[in-house]
Design a protein around this ligand. Structure first.
Ligand code: ZN
Length: 170
């Protein structure tokens, strides 16, 4: 987090397919007690917590909730940053996009593999909705390099999508 926005938003390291048991009623809290001196940073952290809380309550209402700022200074316009920002801007709750489509959206047709890599290294989970990027045949594909595929499934179902046999029904 810097005055220009978020740098990282990650799920707890311990979460894996083996132990993932979502408890929405727990709500969203800030772990640790990082003192935020800067007013802009403080406001953005509050906005982020508010946005995530709303997201877990009702992902469809967050379309009208102001997103916290994402800092775009750290990567200086690299390919993966363009992919992250394009995804965050264009693919909303309940929508999905394939790796190939997303490659096209950043004007790099055929770069679906590179898009996959960008998704695997996404530093701002949920806000940059890499869980909405699926394979072109509708199957889910991996999440967190395959360690948290159930989290991806949960997030998509939370957003109202119907998933049968690991495939998003359209
Ligand atoms: Zn920054």
């Amino acid at each position: 987090m810097c005055p220009d926005g978020i740098h990282y938003l990650n799920q707890m390291k311990e979460i894996s397919d083996e132990n993932f048991t979502p408890k929405v009623e727990l709500g969203v809290t800030l772990i640790g007690s990082t003192p935020f001196e800067d007013e802009k940073v403080k406001r953005n952290v509050d906005q982020c917590i508010f946005w995530l809380t709303e997201y877990f309550k009702d992902p469809h209402k967050i379309v009208n909730t102001m997103k916290p700022d994402i800092c775009d200074a750290s990567e200086n316009g690299t390919f993966q940053e363009r992919v992250w920002l394009c995804l965050a801007k264009n693919i909303g709750p309940g929508q999905t996009v394939s790796y190939g489509q997303l490659a096209k959206m950043v004007k790099s047709s055929g770069a679906s593999q590179a898009v996959g890599t960008a998704m695997a290294t996404n530093p701002i989970q949920i806000l940059v909705p890499c869980h909405r990027v699926i394979r072109s045949d509708g199957t889910l594909g991996q999440y967190s390099r395959g360690k948290r595929n159930n989290v991806k499934l949960w997030l998509l179902e939370h957003e109202g999508l119907k998933v049968i046999n690991n495939k998003v029904m359209s």
